[in-house]
Design a protein around this ligand. Sequence first.
Ligand SMILES: *[C@@H]1O[C@H](CO)[C@@H](O)[C@H](O)[C@H]1NC(C)=O
Length: 292
Amino acid sequence: MKLSFAIYLATIATAVLGAQTQVLLPLYAYPGGAQMSPEWQAAVDAISSNPGLHFFVVINPNNGPQSSSDTANGGQCTAPSDANYVEHGCNLDWTTNVDKINALPNAQTIGYVRTGYGSRSAPDVKADITEWAAWNTAKTWDIITFAKNSFQAKGVQPGVVMNPGSNIDADYEADIFGMVTAVVLRETCWTDVSTGAGGDCPEPYTPFNYKTLSSGAGLPYDSSFMSKSAVIVHQFHGPPTASNATLQEQVAGIVGLGLHSTYFTSGSWKTTIATPATIGAFSEFLTQAVTQ
Ligand SMILES: *[C@@H]1O[C@H](CO)[C@@H](O)[C@H](O)[C@H]1NC(C)=O
């Protein structure tokens, strides 16, 4: 799922951000209920502790927004029996906890839409986009509307992050970058022991190291698109050495390249709490790197 060619939709505050590298957090874990799940709580804590960073938080109930929100109904958004039911984003675990992230001044949520490397039908992709848009207007979503209006009041237009997970063909690169806010040009694993990647990266994959990124290989062919490029790294554990020091070095290297956004996790895409690259440690090191 994680490397499906995806579009992330959001109201993205690019206009108010400087050129510094931000966080692109794929928060695909279940949010929990009144008590947030540990993964979500760790993310909220990191956002609150790093006010100098902007967090783009990708929300993905189940490869997109549809047929997945209401666990009580077998995963379907079907007929309401409960007074709190909302048609779009019907599971209040999602609505409540997404609201909590959107309420933070330096965070905004982004809806995940799967395109299956272009294999999924256009009507299905459009239906997911329409569904995400409806989440914004369903009851209990006043905070999202507020966040959206606030961004627009600052002169910020709605934006899109695209995630092909690898480079775009040089012939199309300018066209794609021209349409979106950011593109994930590399999403891969850190460890070079592929069995240790737990199926998290397609085989064979290129273990991540910012030093090996180059034009057309994780970085855009045209360097003027560096500030719109993102990298995401999973399975940040050894071998090779994955320590706080290595993480600091990698994060600082990415900041030095001037990329749009990044994210490291020591587990699969669902975890924010595996060490050493917890969302807290990663955000702390990114804050250090961008303020140096
Ligand atoms: C790594 O850094 C984090 C964030 O500062 C810290 O909480 C953690 O204790 C450190 N781990 C080690 C093993 O030093």
